[in-house]
Design a protein. Structure first.
Length: 296
């Protein structure tokens, strides 16, 4: 649950040129993330072996590739394909950004699930993206790795972002895999979550129960149930917590039994689903029970 504490910070730099933090998230050690704040540093012409995605959140950056200079202001996302020679620097006073480096084999594994098996690097093109939905998807994905979250939640946000990424950078030959209705498969996954609601479950674990690829499963599950798998699991945990609170178990113990990181984590989700805190719910339930006993 508390994955953020296990993540390894590689660089944490603060200087007159601004701040730069680089880290690798637990469970995704091949992926490298960066957050820059008012960062001023010119990167000369170079290329990466990885996919490079950078969202400008403040100031502006200048990206140079294929003989063209692109000024990327707040809300812009630069996507640079592996092997693309490019340079970039801040534009008048520094830039703030969030970026990620993803190795091509890692990207290809997801692409093979999301596309119809087409993992040719040539179909993915470097570009500057100004799509607001894509920006929100990327920032949500990126920020998730700075806070405690379940593996299932991370997996779900990851495939959602990655599908949008491939839609944005694929050429005219790019085709998304079609989704068929798989109600029976989803029910098997729901039963598995019901049995393992308080454990760390990955998207791959659930997809295996449904005999689907993780990407296909995530889309089908969302459509069939109306919520992503991690939200479904959280809801199950809250429902189980309700039953335990009615038995007057300590709230911290209930949080531990139902898979929440701690009491505050339970409280946050419990209030969201129930409109009251666990303490308020437990007290209300006890009062109702006492009233029932006295009335008999």
């Amino acid at each position: 649950m508390g994955n953020a504490a296990k993540e390894r910070t590689l660089v944490g730099n603060a200087s007159s040129a601004g701040k730069l933090k680089i880290w690798r998230p637990a469970g995704l050690e091949l992926v490298e993330l960066e957050v820059g704040t008012s960062f001023q540093h010119p990167y000369p012409r170079h290329w990466h072996e990885e996919f490079f995605v950078s969202a400008i959140t403040g100031g502006a950056g200048v990206f140079q590739f294929r003989g063209t200079n692109y000024v990327a202001g707040p809300g812009s996302v630069a996507v640079i394909a592996p092997g693309e020679v490019h340079a970039h620097h801040d534009y008048e006073g520094g830039r703030s950004f969030r970026c990620i480096h993803m190795p091509w084999p890692f990207v290809a594994d997801f692409a093979s699930e999301i596309t119809q098996g087409d993992t040719r690097l040539s179909i993915f093109q470097s570009r500057i993206i100004t799509d607001e939905k894509f920006l929100r998807s990327f920032l949500r994905f990126h920020k998730l790795f700075e806070q405690p979250s379940t593996r299932l939640q991370r997996d779900g946000v990851w495939v959602g972002f990655f599908a949008r990424l491939l839609q944005q950078i694929g050429d005219s030959n790019f085709r998304m895999a079609r989704v068929s209705r798989e109600s029976v498969s989803v029910r098997r996954a729901q039963e598995f979550l019901g049995d393992h609601y308080n454990r760390q479950v990955s998207l791959s674990d659930l997809a295996a129960q449904a005999n689907l690829t993780p990407y296909h499963f995530h889309r089908v599950f969302c459509r069939e149930t109306g919520m992503p798998p991690h939200a479904y699991q959280i809801h199950l945990r809250v429902m189980r917590a309700k039953a335990l609170l009615r038995k007057s178990l300590p709230i911290a113990h209930v949080a531990s039994l139902t898979g929440f990181a701690d009491q505050s984590h339970l409280t946050r989700h419990f209030r969201r689903f129930m409109g009251v805190t666990p303490a308020q719910y437990a007290g209300h339930s006890k009062n109702v029970q006492d009233l029932f006993v006295r009335s008999r």
